[in-house]
Design a protein around this ligand. Structure first.
Ligand code: SAH
Length: 354
């Protein structure tokens, strides 16, 4: 007997095709496939038993060949500002984080694309963990799905940012599928302009994203305006140097955002502001200044608020659009990799005192 297939690892069109073939094979009516699809993403259910439009016997038969992959919620934290952080356990015990950030009518979900991360950016908690594995499409899109299934009421995403754990463009095959699942009306139906991929600048991935016809947004983690400094903060800069990343941003056919985490005394001088403004001008980028989340950032200190404001003015004076990202969920360590780091530390502490 072959292993069961996770229906969440497919785009809605692929899943429909598979299910139709399965129905034909089993002598079931083809419209049953459409009934299943309805409940993968649009009106998610916990398992086939929840698809009450199907006869009971058919639900059991489906479960012999397919399953709907779930992620086990292990921790949930709520910040004073309404931001919520979720830690999910995967089938192999790996843990990933998802953050839900409400802002007026918007609900932005920050999702993970890998367990751990290979890139070792000096200020990032996920980088310090090292790389474990790529997530499957079902595990990435599944984070959005799980929040729709919460026992005490669904959280429905209006916006998605790939700014959780991992480097999405190093897992392009799965992320490519997830973009379809998120955007497809038979998936979550979230507008492409409301979906942002954040990358350190993985060049082949930027090209692949640029080839998609939808208007998905691209954010590039720049964090330093010179090769020397960037290589110190982001080891990936030796593989994908700043010049090449800027070139890729120039040829990307949509507007890009530069992300720039403010590291006190490291990348926040007036000369950095001018250099950054020049790069942004070269490729028509918008600059997003990110206050450092100190948890897990290993020896860096945040740039003081007044300095972030003056840095942003220096950039604006040079004719570049700039915003300071609101820091959310400070009290629950809602930055990249921080919840998992905390839990692991707790476990280590418990083990040491046991
Ligand atoms: N690998 C991708 C996406 C995940 S990280 C990327 O690097 O873009 C999402 C953003 O959070 C990146 O800009 C990353 O540099 C930033 N980040 C990581 N650690 C941070 C911290 N301690 N404080 C603020 N931002 C951080």
């Amino acid at each position: 007997m072959s292993a069961r297939t996770n229906l969440l690892d497919f785009t809605p069109a692929e899943a429909l095709e598979r299910l139709k073939a399965w129905c034909a094979d089993k002598g079931e009516a083809a419209y049953r496939a459409g009934q299943v699809i309805q409940h993968l993403w649009m009106q998610p259910v916990a398992d086939f038993e929840g698809i009450t439009t199907l006869p009971k016997a058919l639900r059991a038969k489906l479960a012999e060949d397919f399953y709907i992959g779930r992620l086990a919620l292990t921790t949930r934290q709520k910040s004073e500002d309404g931001t919520q952080k979720f830690l999910f356990k995967l089938f192999d015990g790996e843990q990933i984080e998802t953050v839900a950030i409400p802002d007026g009518d918007r609900m932005t979900l920050c999702i993970s694309s890998q367990a751990g991360c290979a890139l070792k950016c000096a200020f990032c908690a996920t980088g310090a963990m090292g790389y474990v594995r790529n997530l499957t499409a079902g595990e990435i899109a599944g984070q959005v799905r799980e929040l729709r299934l919460l026992a005490d009421g669904p959280i429905t995403a209006t916006n998605i940012v790939f700014m959780g754990m991992g480097e999405p463009l190093m897992n392009w095959k799965a992320v490519d599928k997830v973009l379809t699942i998120l955007n497809d009306p038979k998936g979550f139906g979230i507008g492409a302009r409301h979906i942002t991929i954040s990358t350190v600048g993985v060049l082949p991935g930027i090209v692949a994203l640029g080839k998609r016809p939808e208007q998905f947004r691209l954010a590039i983690s720049i964090h330093a305006p010179t090769d020397d400094l960037r290589a110190r903060l982001m080891p990936v800069n030796t593989k994908y140097p700043l010049d090449d990343v800027i070139e890729a941003a120039k040829v990307f056919d949509r507007r890009v955002t530069f992300e720039y985490v403010m590291l006190g005394g490291v990348n926040d001088g007036p000369e950095h502001a001018l250099q950054l403004a020049k790069l942004a001008t070269d490729c028509g980028a918008f600059v997003n200044l990110i206050p450092l989340h100190p948890g897990g950032s290993q020896g860096f200190k945040p740039t003081p608020r007044e300095r972030i404001i003056s840095f942003s003015r220096e950039i604006r004076k040079a004719g570049v659009e700039v915003a300071i990202r609101k820091s959310r969920g400070m009290d629950i360590s809602a930055a990249c990799g921080q919840l998992k780091t905390e839990r692991t530390k707790d476990r280590a502490k418990a083990a040491a005192t046991a």
